[in-house]
Ligand binder design. Structure first.
Ligand SMILES: [Zn+2]
Length: 307
């Protein structure tokens, strides 16, 4: 079974009018998954977990700062493109909680795979720095949880968001027990992600030229990321699933289609089948054109549900 994890509290992370990362994104996803074909999804609420779950990833000073930065009303800016409203903190904890819950469900064999439709996203958040719409690095917390609570030795994070996951790379830079692989547009925000950035031999960056399409992406996976995954032999695959490489997306300039997201999903499911009984969790990152986000997530989830 495929788990679909979300929570209405993730709608209460308010942002200024016109902000790209807004609550309408989750409504577009819910709408796109409202058809009968998604009835078989096991829909569950993302739990509210204590912030301590993130201490293996973020500094306690940073977590303390975030927790106390939340305003009683209005909004405060805590970093460029990172705004906090009264509802933000619960949304942050539930985004983290959803990813952790997905790990538990998949490793306890209650579900084969899982998709977390939560916000705020996480892959730009570094050890002690909020950045680019992100507060807590959800996939990083999930990977550490898989290791500390379930004893896994090798976890792979694959990030197909159009932006490089600088935070995830920074967090695992010198940790060979976690592999981080990313396709992303370059040059683009946040500026990291050159192929020469390899960490402890566990970082695999596949920068893509602006304007490039599914052909370049297939090459990056077939010649770079998939062979690296096969060599690493992950016991769990975690996806930083951003859908902003879609041709319609306003924040970047790649030319991917729904079929490209389907292809990536199939490839990574095949790797998961080969190495870890199909165990895969997918966590929403970016995707800012509402129509493209809905149709791309529907394709991704439809593929995850197929046996
Ligand atoms: Zn992005």
């Amino acid at each position: 079974v495929t788990l679909f994890i979300s929570h209405t509290a993730c709608l209460d992370h308010d942002v200024p009018k016109g902000f790209a990362e807004n609550p309408d994104r989750l409504l577009a996803i819910a709408n796109a998954l409202s058809g009968d074909e998604f009835d078989a999804l096991d829909q569950e609420d993302a739990p509210l977990l204590p912030v301590d779950m993130a201490v293996n990833v973020h500094s306690s000073d940073y977590l303390d700062y975030l927790e106390h930065a939340r305003p009683r009303e209005g909004m405060v800016q805590i970093a460029p493109d990172v705004m906090m409203s009264p509802g933000t903190w619960e949304a942050v904890l539930r985004s983290m909680g959803g990813a952790v819950y997905a790990v538990d469900a998949v490793l306890n064999q209650r579900a084969r795979n899982a998709f977390c439709a939560t916000r705020p996203p996480g892959h730009h958040a570094e050890t002690a720095q909020a950045m680019g719409f992100c507060f807590i690095n959800n996939v990083a917390v999930a990977a550490r949880h898989a290791q500390s609570a379930h004893g896994l030795e090798r976890v792979a994070i694959v990030d197909f968001d159009v932006h490089h996951g600088n935070g995830t790379q920074e967090i695992f830079w010198s940790d060979p027990s976690v592999m981080y692989a990313s396709t992303h547009q370059m040059p683009c925000y946040p500026g990291t992600g050159a192929a020469s950035e390899t960490g402890a031999g566990n970082i695999f960056n596949e920068p893509l030229e602006p304007g490039s399409d599914g052909e370049a992406l297939r090459l990056a996976f077939e010649e770079g990321i998939i062979p690296a995954l096969n060599e690493f032999r992950p016991e769990l695959i975690i996806l930083s699933a951003g859908f902003d490489a879609h041709w319609r997306d306003p924040l970047a300039d790649l030319r991917w289609t729904e079929e490209d997201f389907e292809w990536i999903t199939r490839q990574l499911m095949a790797v998961a089948n080969d190495h870890c009984n199909g165990r895969l969790i997918s966590v929403l990152e970016g995707g800012y054109d509402l129509e493209a986000l809905g149709s791309s997530v529907a394709m991704h989830v439809r593929t995850l549900m197929a046996e």
